[in-house]
Design a protein around this ligand. Sequence first.
Ligand SMILES: [Zn+2]
Length: 453
Amino acid sequence: MTRLLIEGGTLLGLTAPADIESDTDLLLEDGRVRATGGDAGLLAGESERAGVPVERVAARGRWVLPGFVQAHLHLCQTLLRNGPDDLELLPWLRSHVWPGEAAHDENTMSVSARLGIAECLSAGVTAILDMGTIRHSDALFEAAAAAGVRYTGGNVLMDDPATTPPDLRAPAEEGLAETERLRATWHGKENGRLRVAVTPRFAVSCTDALLRRAADLARDRGLVVHTHASENRSEVALVKERTGLANVPYLDAVGLLGARTCLAHAVHADAADFQLLSRRGTSVAHCPSSNLKLGSGVCPIPELRAAGVRVALGSDGSACNNLLDPFREMRLAALLPGVGGRAGALSAFDVVRMATAEGAAALDLGGPAGFETGARADFVILDPETGWSLPDDWSAEPYGAIVYSMGRENVAATVVDGVVRYRREDATVGGLKPEPAEIRGAARTLRERIRKD
Ligand SMILES: [Zn+2]
């Protein structure tokens, strides 16, 4: 049994902008919210008198809010950052990312995952939705288990010989059997923090038969589906050429759209697609840095949300961002509607919700929300007195400060499942971040293998 008392923080519940309680204790027990306010302190005292230890975290003057959710990530690409910077999606995939993913062994995958997870935890991220890659998926789950982060991911599905390289391809039978094996090995483990998703890479990389079977598997097993869709114009044109349908209707036709599906990007989806996503209850992971860096375009988020689609935020991979930092994504997400002269089209509160509660819903992490009793104990503690923000005596609401002024330097601690998994004082993220020599060695190994191909 774990008990954690976060003392005297300002609790931002995020159910509504005014859902703020100052100077309030929060007691977490076995990964869930047990009590807030006076009850929290009383119960903690009773526990200690009964000989059950309670870990205490001082949070006076700090803001406690539901943890950030990375709703689209490729942990297998952390060592591929700082590669070519000036390519569009398809040439970038073919020349850099796919050879890089194919070059992994178990050790390089482990280093890549541990480094990426450490980067996420140190930026206040408590939950990740990961695309995975074709091999060495166990190394991703092992790293997530060791780090204590909430991880949903799978082995990426790619089987079409016409569009994928031979060393990063698996026949449908093999790919789906691997998903099943991962499910049997990892799904629900670590107190439910680890979950397996069905992750076809995108419509272009998969045969029609594979996509349909992937949809059946996800439905039969109740698994989250994660895929890319309508990221880039050439990709959309290729889907149309191959299937005769636009991308989003095609994913619907093969059965992949549903309430447990999270699509990354949807940059080139249109109003009819938005309506379809809304009807199916499908979420979109908005990845503004990645979309701009690959020259993909900008997803019209205010319109997407107005159509009733749930929108989460993601960094995408380190190879196309090149940071795993929810603060950068929040800032860009809030600013981009301004390109069309629409200042304030997306409020700072809405953006913080996208990065937290809506992200959790996109990952199908249900249950009580915020600081309700029984809510999942995944929180970030922000210190407004660090960096260049202002102290905790705002005259307006705090959301603008989080979105526009704060950064990862303001993260004092990250709590997942009721356990502190990152403290700012501990620069190595609890020993999770690999040593520089290990990172250098693994990155060099990958680079040499890519060059040989
Ligand atoms: Zn991606």
